[in-house]
Design a protein around this ligand. Structure first.
Ligand code: FAD
Length: 557
């Protein structure tokens, strides 16, 4: 039987016990004279403290990796910008230990209703999504950044504001960056640099990486506002109109995000409340009065993608790597997923014995996902912006018909939620049980409730949240082959889920949820620290498959 390697104090136990080579790397970086003392020798320089940089810093710091997180702005942004946190991002926050803070701050949005010619033509609900969080969470981006920054601070990383990256060179074993901090200039060395510095990324520019794409011709009006009489806060509402759509998204505290497409290009950056009202009267349902605006703005949107996300010791994440239409509210969610995907790999390579080739999988996994979002949001933007009456008539009728089919509604909800994103084509995932029920290698590992030996319920996501690889053995079959001692991988925990009363398990599938989601055969799933299945095979095939798979992830010690 496989010995269990689960240890609740795992992180505390390993934080200060890096392999010797890593200590040597840390000692090398001592030329950074102005950094706070606790991070005087950063392994990672993270440029940009937006949502992407904050998530990267959180995850690296959680693993004891030394980070500097810099931002050129003097203060955290106060504009709400991204307001939609999708279900997979809430799950990600759960894996980071932050879901409760976000749930407390957010407005749950259960559905999106779309109206055309004053009748509802489509209703897409999220209630049937197979997640603990079947809703979109409305949280203004300034609040998202506040929550993330507070938690990053608790891990000992302070955002260094007024600190702008102005120069960057890469040399073999690291990077050299030039930072401008007010009237001082500081030279910094680090092992890695993460460009989380937004659409106008200096990291991308210094690396000479292209950012090709296009700008949409339309202007969009955006306001954070209240509405009288109030609308249903459980739903986002979109009105399609020949001159451009108008949409309301619920925010906390009874507020709404109003977005109106194709606003007059001659309007200045901050249109008046009267101008917003006039546009809504023309495009919306009528009879709504806008009051108490907190922020009104006009913006243009772009779709662009960087030529590379990874160059030697530098990475581009979030808006630095890709920007697209805000239709569907994906931008911030994609940046957070970029950071979550890269952080565990980088943390293994820096802090443990992760195979450096792991880092190539960042771009291999994220580029197809980010490219698909750029494509899909482009199509959706064109669709909602249709002007001609015939095209609009066809669109509205098709939308109305299609969204009466439950399967279509489920697919639309899944697509928006981020739950359907997978890494099946990745060089570091392996499926040796094609056709078997349950998640494929590369898929998100679903949650389920199981009982421990004392009969106390525990969710699989609580186990995944421990941020290391977890080998889940499922099925009623007897003892499992002993493979772990030879591998000597303390970063892999093992749990064995059986039906109640079956010998050999340490977790019990009393509710049948594990069997329903992972299949009832004797299977093994290696779940990665980001909650995706890295390897799937039959349990009795594990001795053949697991060593070779782990050799892709870890270098020999
Ligand atoms: C009006 C609007 C509405 C949006 N609505 C949504 C939505 O509903 N849902 C959604 O998911 N997305 C939305 N987005 C997109 C979302 O805001 C971005 O995708 C998100 O902010 C990207 O996060 P980021 O951390 O990658 O970059 P940013 O948030 O742009 O952060 C980059 C940070 O880097 C700093 N920086 C830049 N250059 C340097 C430098 N040289 N040195 C140091 N620091 C630097 C900046 O000061 C900034 O703090 C919206 C965007 C806009 C503009």
């Amino acid at each position: 039987m496989i010995p269990y390697l689960v240890c609740d104090n795992f992180r505390a136990a390993t934080e200060h016990s890096y392999p010797v080579g890593v200590h040597v790397m840390m000692q090398r970086n001592m030329t950074n004279v102005n950094a706070p003392t606790n991070i005087s020798a950063p392994n990672c320089l993270i440029v940009g403290a937006g949502p992407t940089g904050l998530v990267a810093a959180h995850e690296l710091a959680r693993d004891g990796i030394r980070c500097r997180l810099i931002d050129k702005d003097a203060h955290r942004a106060t504009q709400s910008r991204a307001i939609a946190i999708h279900p997979r991002t809430v799950e990600t926050f759960e894996l980071m230990g932050l879901a409760e803070a976000f749930l407390a701050a957010g407005q749950r949005i259960a559905a999106v209703s779309t109206y055309g010619d004053n009748r509802r033509i489509a209703h897409v609900g999220f209630g049937s999504l197979d997640t603990r969080y079947p809703f979109v969470l409305g949280v203004p981006q300034d609040q998202t950044e506040r929550i993330l920054e507070e938690h990053v601070g608790r891990l000992g990383v302070t955002v260094e504001r007024n600190t702008e990256l102005v120069g960057l060179t890469q040399h073999g074993p690291g990077i050299q960056a030039r930072l401008r901090c007010g009237d001082r200039v500081e030279e910094v060395e680090a092992d890695w640099i993460l460009g989380c510095d937004g659409a106008h990324s200096a990291v991308r520019e210094k690396l000479g990486i292209s950012f090709s794409g296009a700008t949409y011709p339309e202007h969009f009006l955006l306001a954070d506002i209240k509405v009288e009489p109030d609308l249903d806060h459980n739903e986002a509402q979109v009105w399609l109109h020949g001159d451009g759509p108008a949409a309301f998204f619920p925010l906390p505290e009874g507020r709404w995000r109003l977005i109106v497409g194709n606003s007059p290009p001659e309007w200045r950056d901050e249109p008046s409340l009267a101008q917003c009202q006039a546009l809504l009267d023309q495009r919306g349902p009528g009879g709504l009065r806008l009051v108490d605006p907190r922020w009104i703005s006009v913006f243009r949107i772009h779709r662009r993608i960087a030529g590379h996300f990874h160059q030697d010791r530098a990475f581009l994440l979030g808006d630095a790597g890709h920007i697209h239409s805000p239709v569907g509210g994906q931008g911030m969610n994609m940046g957070i997923q970029d950071a979550f995907n890269l952080a565990w790999k980088l943390s293994l390579v820096i802090g443990k014995n992760g195979n450096p080739a792991l880092l190539d999988s960042y771009e291999a996994e994220r580029r197809p996902v980010d490219e698909a979002v750029v494509r899909q949001t482009d199509r959706a933007t064109r669709l909602v912006a249709l002007h001609g009456p015939v095209a609009r008539f066809i669109r509205d009728h098709l939308m109305s018909l299609m969204t009466r089919i439950p399967l279509v509604v489920d697919r639309l909800g899944e697509g928006m939620s981020g739950l359907a994103i997978d890494y099946r084509g990745s060089p570091i995932v392996e499926d040796h049980a094609m056709g078997a029920p349950g998640p494929h290698a590369g898929d998100r590992a679903p949650d389920a409730v199981v009982d421990d030996r004392q009969g106390v319920p525990i969710r699989l996501y609580q186990l995944f949240a421990q941020h290391r690889h977890l080998l889940l053995l499922v099925g009623a079959g007897g003892a499992s082959p002993s493979v772990m001692p030879e591998l000597g991988q303390p970063t892999v925990a093992v749990r064995h889920i059986t039906a109640p009363g079956i010998a050999g398990g340490d977790l019990f599938d009393r509710t049948g949820e594990t069997a329903a989601r992972y299949g009832s055969g004797d299977m093994a799933y290696l779940v990665r620290p980001d909650g995706y299945v890295g390897l799937r095979c039959a349990r009795n095939d594990l001795p053949n498959r697991l060593p070779a798979h782990l050799a892709k992830l870890f270098s020999p010690t």
